[in-house]
Design a protein around this ligand. Structure first.
Ligand SMILES: Cc1ncc(COP(=O)(O)O)c(C=O)c1O
Length: 390
């Protein structure tokens, strides 16, 4: 339910839609103009000012989905992350970040922030106290990302938000893996919510976009930097994203259900050593996830027994694709030690619990029995020691 009492799928389908006054078409017309005549109230419409008709419509939808006053859409998730962070940080400031973050965000902070005179600390643990102990006099932002990648660890959002409020620090969360369907961090006390809309919002692996949602005051601050950084999204992609979000509630709920089914199947499998899914009672943060999430998401990880080769396993799958970007309607897998966490030393990976046999599984909307039979086939193939033929 949003602040106006609309339910999730109604917001997904209708909020922010543009009326086709000429032909009464069912979907929002697409306005591709980069030049608009001034109107009476002198609004200067321009794509890089984030105020074309399609941009404004979609921003309303995303704000409603995240229970926020306002939102902006960007050309990528990283454009959203970098603009939001730098809108609240200047030379001399300090930021506290959760220890495990999406690689691009980690790179942005560790490769760029020194240049701008912004200092940073990563937490050593996941508890609110781990965030508090890193706070300094000049800390301006606390940044979290949960469920984390790849082990799906859950951060106590309310706990961290309460500490930040006590110290008058702005909180930001990357809500990509949960999606607005499964969690609304603003209701849990977070100030700024960020998404890689490339993932569940887009949902079909064909859109690269980002989004930020917050209060009008915070979004005004982010907008002022955003128009100078120039990370706006093309109106055609804005229109496609609006179309995609119409089915986000249905897609993500189906993915939640499938992921739970797959996690339960893998949990009981004799060739699997461990399963990480916050919806499983055995997950160390299951109770916390239950408290702060409406669904447990479509992402899980599992460890094959050491005698089963992870890359051969992926090559032997016939239906589930081996690919980088998750959260589409199609199921995908990757091996973090070979891809997203390849640049980490084996020692750091081991410290973080990322074993060579770990597989991250982005569960799609296919029938679970087809996914299960694909996994069974792949395990059988690697046991035979033969490569599957494609
Ligand atoms: C959790 C998370 N945040 C942010 C990003 C960055 O998004 P984009 O690739 O759209 O720039 C990603 C991309 O994989 C991600 O997984």
């Amino acid at each position: 339910m949003d602040k106006k009492g609309k339910g999730l799928n109604t917001i997904c389908t209708h909020v922010g839609e543009l009326e086709d006054t000429h032909y009464k078409g069912a979907v929002s017309p697409l306005y591709m103009s980069t030049s608009y005549a001034f109107d009476d109230v002198d609004i200067k419409r321009y794509p890089r000012y984030f105020n074309t008709p399609n941009q404004e419509g979609l921003c309303k939808k995303i704000a409603a989905l995240e229970h926020a006053e306002s939102a902006l859409i960007f050309g990528s998730g990283m454009a959203a992350v970098s603009t939001a962070l730098l809108a609240f940080l200047k030379a001399g400031d300090h930021i506290v970040l959760q220890q495990t973050l999406y690689g691009g965000t980690y790179n942005l902070v560790t490769e760029e922030f020194d240049k701008y005179g912004i200092s940073y600390s990563f937490t050593e643990g996941w508890e609110p106290k781990d965030f508090e102990e890193k706070i300094k006099e000049n800390t301006k932002v606390i940044y979290i990302e949960t469920p984390s990648n790849p082990l799906l660890t859950i951060t106590d959002i309310e706990g961290v938000a309460a500490i930040a409020k006590k110290h008058s620090i702005v909180t930001m969360i990357d809500n990509t893996f949960a999606s607005p369907v499964n969690r609304n961090p603003i209701d849990l006390g977070i100030d700024v919510v960020i998404h890689s809309a490339t993932k569940y919002m887009g949902g079909h692996s064909d859109i690269c976009a980002g989004a930020v949602a917050s209060t009008k005051e915070h979004m005004n601050r982010i907008f002022h930097l955003a128009k100078n950084f120039g990370g706006s999204l093309s109106d055609y992609t804005v229109w496609l994203l609006e179309r995609s979000i119409k089915t986000m509630g249905l897609r993500v709920k189906a993915q939640n259900e499938n992921a739970l089914t797959m996690a339960q199947y893998l949990e009981g499998h004799k060739d699997i050593d461990a399963v990480y899914y916050p919806g499983l009672v055995i997950h160390k943060d299951h109770e916390l996830a239950k408290r702060q999430m409406k669904g447990f998401g479509g992402m899980l990880s599992f460890e094959l027994k050491p005698f089963l080769d992870a890359s051969l396993f992926q090559k032997s799958l016939r239906l589930i694709k081996s690919s980088m970007s998750p959260a589409g309607v199609e199921s995908t897998v990757l091996s973090p030690s070979q891809t997203s966490h390849f640049l980490m030393s084996p020692e750091v990976r081991a410290e973080q619990g990322i074993k060579d046999g770990l597989i991250r599984f982005s569960v799609g909307i296919e029938e679970p029995e087809d996914l299960i039979s694909d996994i069974e086939h792949a395990i059988k193939e690697i046991k035979k020691g033969t490569k599957a033929t494609f």
